[in-house]
Design a protein around this ligand. Sequence first.
Ligand code: URA
Length: 217
Amino acid sequence: MTERKTSHPSSVVVLDHPLVQHKLTRLRQKETSTAGFRRLTRELSLLMAYEATRDLPLETVEIETPLEWTHGHLLSGKKLCLVSILRAGNGILDGMLDLVPAARVGHIGLFRDPATLEPVEYYMKLPEDIGERVCIVVDPMLATGHSAAAAIDRLKHAGARQLVFVCLLAAPEGVAFLSKAHPDVKIVTCSIDRELDDHGYIRPGLGDAGDRLFGTK
Ligand code: URA
């Protein structure tokens, strides 16, 4: 697959492949059904996983085809861990697991304390060998960037060393916050939208990704 992508400073990759942009536009439309939203998210997740896994190390192996011996390349090492930021991150897991079915999966749940506004962890379950894996952290919306940065703080504390953050949409404010907090973490997204509004929604955006994925509104 030949891929066009736009690079931004601080390791941000915006996928401007025509298929990605077409599916993203359908996803944004308010008349898209819950089933359609899930299907499009799954398809976009697979395409984002393609980019997020670009730097995985390979090893050379000797194999036999029906005709002769040759050399090929396989992923080396312990490979991947996908980490979903609950709950909307779960919508991205399915498409990614289609592409990398052997990946381990972790989950992190955070809510914002109404008094301190700090993210508070209510759930975290990660594979034990997370330090030996490339971690792809998924959340459809990078809005303020606070939960993403807090999740990555916790993953680093648990031993993760190589991390990529993947989202469908990002606000410029979220990209700035996350890039400053974790400059070593590459961000892969389908779009950096115009702005974050006063209610924390990305504009023009796609609305509440969790509600649209799970049909809860
Ligand atoms: N979370 C969402 O689901 N949508 C936004 O626009 C921002 C955060």
